[in-house]
Design a protein. Structure first.
Length: 297
């Protein structure tokens, strides 16, 4: 006769025979299966940590080369004192994330920032770079998502990727007045922060008070520069996000490996104690049986 017994240490339910001789064996088998699975998980997390460490080194080198693109485009808006028009603003937010997970809260922070902005202004339109931001924002604000860029994060971002994304945003059909690029700004191997960079339309730049400082600027030149600056900003923010993602994944996999090690130690101790209890019980049964036979004789 069998019944289901819950193992309090493992949180598992095991079919255990009512006969005491086999109950301990069934528990030992469940613990050994769980112990083997946790050891396999630890091997995977350690491997992912090593891979992320290698990718992080490359991402940090690429980020140093990409920073002038973002800083140059940002300084133009600051020097010309470009501001968003107060009448009938149409805002566009670009969430820079990726398709890959297992990297802590690096994508959640970007989505949380945009969720707070959408709660204050439900007319904001959103472009999701990466499927992670779309999955989070689509639950409550699916109607605000204009476009989703997939296949992001599998390979290091390039300027060609940013140029294709810029072309898709321009051909989107949504004429925004201003907006923001929301991304994760890399600080150190264990630190990053959610940041934003402004983007503006052609009309907003043309009405800037200090634009005449730059000579020979007509509408075509400004439009071409705005397209290039948007691509530069996207390239820079994608590099920042990729570096932050790899550093966060490296930290997350390191913590996961440590947690798996602690669980392995606890399961090993539980397995040894259970095995000792089974051996002791079997010895008691053998001695009791021998004593019973001697008493009959």
């Amino acid at each position: 006769m069998w019944k289901q017994v819950a193992t309090p240490v493992l949180g598992l339910t095991t079919d255990v025979c009512l006969n005491q001789q086999y109950r301990g064996m069934a528990t030992l088998k469940a613990i050994s299966i769980r112990l083997k699975s946790v050891k396999n998980i630890q091997k995977i997390t350690q491997s992912m940590k090593m891979v992320s460490a290698a990718k992080y080194s490359r991402a940090e080198r690429d980020l140093k080369q990409a920073r002038p693109y973002g800083e140059g485009a940002k300084q133009f808006f600051e020097k010309a004192e470009v501001a968003a028009p107060e009448q009938e603003p149409k805002k566009l937010y670009i969430a820079v994330t990726s398709d890959r997970g297992l990297c802590g809260a690096v994508h959640t922070g970007v989505a949380r920032y945009i969720r707070g902005e959408l709660a204050n202004d439900p007319n904001i339109r959103v472009v999701c770079v990466g499927d992670k931001s779309r999955a989070i924002l689509s639950r409550l604000y699916g109607k605000n998502i204009e476009m989703v860029a997939n296949e992001v994060g599998r390979t290091p971002p390039t300027f060609l990727d940013a140029a294709k994304l810029t072309n898709a945003i321009i051909n989107l059909g949504f004429e925004y007045t201003d907006g923001k690029i929301i991304y994760n700004k890399f600080k150190s191997v264990v630190s990053y922060a959610c940041a934003d960079l402004p983007i503006f339309s052609l009309k907003a730049v043309e009405s800037a008070p200090k634009l005449p400082v730059y000579d020979s600027l007509d509408a075509d030149v400004i439009q071409n520069y705005l397209e290039f600056s948007l691509a530069s900003l996207l390239f820079y923010t994608m590099k920042e996000g990729a570096c932050s993602e790899q550093s966060s994944r490296m930290t997350a996999m390191d913590n996961a490996s440590k947690n798996a090690g602690e669980m392995i130690d606890k399961l090993t101790l539980t397995f040894n104690r259970t095995r000792q209890a089974v051996i002791t019980r079997e010895l008691i049964e053998i001695i009791s049986g021998a004593s019973a036979l001697e008493s009959k004789d």
